[in-house]
Ligand binder design. Structure first.
Ligand SMILES: Nc1ncnc2c1ncn2[C@@H]1O[C@H](COP(=O)(O)OP(=O)(O)OP(=O)(O)O)[C@@H](O)[C@H]1O
Length: 364
């Protein structure tokens, strides 16, 4: 039975499953057939399976399709394909309705942060790989639909995207992108990437400012808002990127960082619990930043503790953690990497604000 207040999907129901055959170790289709197909059939769930052929295939498909045919859109891949689907839905004229289509995730990638987060939110013992896939398969069959926060991210060229997972700059973003070449080793790619990056640890210069979630003035909007969006809700907390941040924001005095990470789910990967306190619809971004001066050993210890989600309680003086509703990052380093949901985006000034409960997700 569904807990009180949690909507359950009607039966029989029909899913559109979008599967990226290249995700993770390139075995997503086999994994789906072996571990998920049978569970869905036994649960009486009908589905149409579409194998994505290239980048943006899923994005274009959900932008154009008649969504009334489907009770849910299910993504079997890493987090990158879900990022495409979320943005495809937000690009539609009927975005407000479209983004309420229940989404489901089946881990087929090497990171699988959202899948691991859903498993964690259900209070289950941590599992990885195929066990996580089976757990997510059962979650889909239960069909309990939760609300999901999305963050609106804006870059200097005026690009706007919607993100369900993270915004990263510095160490984490570098590891995410540099470790793509090790994707064949699966989730271990991040451990490998972390060790390689630790050997060439560097400092990232820039300015960071944020609107704390506990703003005593309450959820105030700014008077100098950015351009009104064509699609999606207005970013009422953000000033234009070429203007100063609103006066009541907190401006971080340090300008030398090792990493800046805003995460809105508990997990950053199957075995990295970056924000253990995070929930699907807590209406905040969990901002974690590490100031320059941290030793390699301390940083390694931090990542090892992150595997258990205990890193924020280690008392490391270089680590700061704050819940925010909006933030702005202005890198000074001429070159660098910024990722949104693990995907590379335009490098330069970037800002984001959380939009609580905008999307829907099948979770436990
Ligand atoms: N058939 C395909 N061939 C190549 N790329 C594809 C295909 N289908 C989707 N893509 C693209 O692959 C990218 C990576 O997908 P995704 O992040 O879901 O998997 P992954 O990279 O294996 O997972 P993870 O991020 O967990 O490592 C996405 O940007 C997606 O658009």
């Amino acid at each position: 039975r569904a807990p009180r207040g949690v909507p359950k999907m009607r039966r029989p129901c029909t899913f559109l499953v979008l599967l990226n055959p290249q995700s993770g170790k390139g075995q997503a289709h086999t994994l789906f057939t072996r571990h998920v197909q049978g569970i869905l059939q036994e649960a009486g769930i009908l589905y149409t399976l579409i194998i994505t052929e290239c980048q943006n295939h899923a994005r274009e498909l959900v932008r154009e399709t008649d969504l009334s045919q489907w009770d849910a859109l299910v993504i079997m891949s890493g987090d990158g394909l879900l990022f495409e689907v979320v943005n495809g839905l937000m690009e539609r004229e009927d975005w407000e309705e479209a983004i309420k289509t229940p989404l489901g995730i089946l881990p087929g990638g090497s990171g699988n942060a959202l899948a691991a987060s859903i498993h964690h939110y259900a209070g289950l013992q941590p599992v990885t790989s195929e066990e996580l896939l089976v757990s997510c398969g059962f979650t889909l069959c239960k069909g309990l639909v939760s609300r999901l926060d999305l963050s609106s991210v804006r870059t200097a060229s005026g690009q706007r995207m919607f993100s369900f997972l993270s915004l990263a700059w510095g160490f984490v973003a570098d590891v995410d992108i540099e470790s793509e070449k090790y994707r064949r080793v699966g989730a271990a790619r991040f451990t490998l990437g972390t060790l390689v990056r630790l050997a060439s640890l560097r400092v990232y210069r820039g300015k960071l400012a944020y609107l704390p979630a506990q703003d005593p003035r309450g959820p105030s909007s700014t008077s100098a808002q950015g351009p009104s969006p064509q699609r999606g809700p207005p970013d009422s907390l953000l000033a234009p990127l070429d203007s100063p941040v609103p006066a009541h924001w907190t401006v971080v005095t340090d300008e030398d960082f090792v990493l800046v990470l805003a995460v809105y789910q508990s997990h950053l990967a199957e075995d990295l619990i970056a924000a253990p306190a995070s929930q699907l619809e807590d209406g905040v971004m969990h901002l974690i930043y590490v100031k320059a001066g941290i030793s390699r050993t301390a940083l390694l210890r931090l990542f090892l503790a992150m595997e258990k989600g205990t890193h924020l309680g280690t008392g490391c003086p270089h680590v700061e953690y704050v819940k925010v509703r909006a933030l702005r990052l202005e890198p000074h380093s001429p070159k660098g990497t910024i990722t949104v949901d693990g995907e590379l985006v335009e490098y330069g000034p970037v800002q984001a604000q959380i939009h609580g409960s905008l999307a829907r997700l099948i979770a436990g």
